[in-house]
Design a protein around this ligand. Structure first.
Ligand code: Z5A
Length: 209
C-alpha cells in the first residue's frame, strides 16, 4: 500500500501520519514513513534548496522541476523498493501537492504538471490519499503556535493558501475512490477516529485482518 497525506500547512499531516504508522506497526504491518520534498539524501538537499528564504525570485518552473527531480529519486530509490519488499509506504505529501501548490498556488498550467507526472511516474500513483482539510486561518494559526520558524512557502499570503486549498479539494472530489477528505478542524482525538475508520476500511479492502 502506498498512502499519501496531503493538505495545507498546519492541518496535522505529520502528526496523523505518525499516529497511523504506529497503529499499522501494532497490527504487524511493516511500514516506511517518508516525505516530500525529501525522503532520500539527495531529495533532502533539494528540500533545503526549496524551503530556504532567498533574496532572488524563484521561478515557478524552477520550483516545479526541483519538486519532480526530488520525486524521481525518491520513487526510484526508496518508494518502489519498499513496496516491492511488501512494506506499506506512508508519505507526507506527494504529487497532489504539486498540483495544489505549483498548479493552484503558483499558476503553473495543469497540462505541464501532467506531462512531468507522466515522465517521472508513468502510471504509478498512491493507492490512497488522505486530504486533511481546514480553513487556511486555522492551519496557519497552528503553525504559528508550533513556532519552529517559517520556511519560504509559509511566507506566502492568505490568498496563495486559499488557492492551494481549493485545488486540493477540487482534485480530491474528482476521484473519491482514491481520496478521503477529513475535517481536520475537529479535535485531535476525533480526527484520529476518522483515520482509524479509514485504516480499517483499507485493511479490509486488502484482506488484512
Ligand atoms: N511542496 C510543494 O510546493 N510542492 C510539492 O510537490 C511538495 C511540497 C511535495 C514543505 O512541506 C513545503 O513544500 C510545503 C509545500 C511544499 N509548504 N509549506 N510550508 P512540509 O509538509 O514539510 O511542511 P508543512 O506543510 O508546512 O507541514 P507542517 O507545517 O509540518 O504541517 P502539518 O504536518 O500538516 O502539521 P503538524 O506539524 O502535524 O501539526 C501542526 C500543529 O498543529 C502541531 O502543533 C499539532 O500538534 C497541531 N495539530 C494538529 N492537528 C490538530 C488538531 N486536530 N487540533 C489541534 N491541534 C492540532
Amino acid at each position: 500500500m502506498f498512502i499519501t497525506f496531503e493538505g495545507i500547512e498546519g492541518v496535522g499531516k505529520t502528526t496523523h501520519l505518525k499516529w497511523m504508522a504506529t497503529a499499522l506497526t501494532d497490527v504487524g504491518i511493516p511500514v516506511l514513513v517518508t516525505r516530500e520534498p525529501g525522503g532520500t539524501p539527495m531529495g533532502e538537499e533539494i528540500r533545503d534548496i526549496l524551503l530556504v528564504h532567498r533574496h532572488e525570485r524563484v521561478a515557478p518552473l524552477t520550483e516545479l522541476l526541483l519538486m519532480f527531480a526530488a520525486r524521481a529519486q525518491h520513487v526510484d530509490t526508496v518508494i518502489r523498493p519498499a513496496l516491492a519488499a511488501d512494506r506499506w509506504v506512508l508519505c507526507d505529501r506527494f504529487v497532489d501537492a504539486t498540483y495544489a501548490y505549483q498548479g493552484g498556488g503558483r499558476g503553473v498550467p495543469e497540462g505541464l504538471i501532467r506531462e512531468l507526472e507522466s515522465l517521472v511516474l508513468g502510471s504509478f500513483r498512491p493507492d490512497h490519499t488522505i486530504l486533511f482539510d481546514t480553513p487556511v486561518e486555522i492551519g496557519l494559526q497552528r503553525v504559528k503556535e508550533r513556532n519552529n520558524g517559517h520556511d519560504r512557502f509559509e511566507q506566502e499570503k492568505m490568498d496563495f493558501f486559499e488557492r492551494v486549498r481549493m485545488e486540493y479539494l477540487r482534485i480530491a472530489r474528482l476521484d473519491p475512490e482514491r481520496y478521503e477528505i477529513i475535517d481536520a478542524t475537529k479535535p485531535l482525538v476525533e480526527v484520529q477516529q476518522s483515520l482509524s475508520r479509514i485504516m480499517t476500511e483499507i485493511l479490509e479492502k486488502h484482506g488484512v485482518h
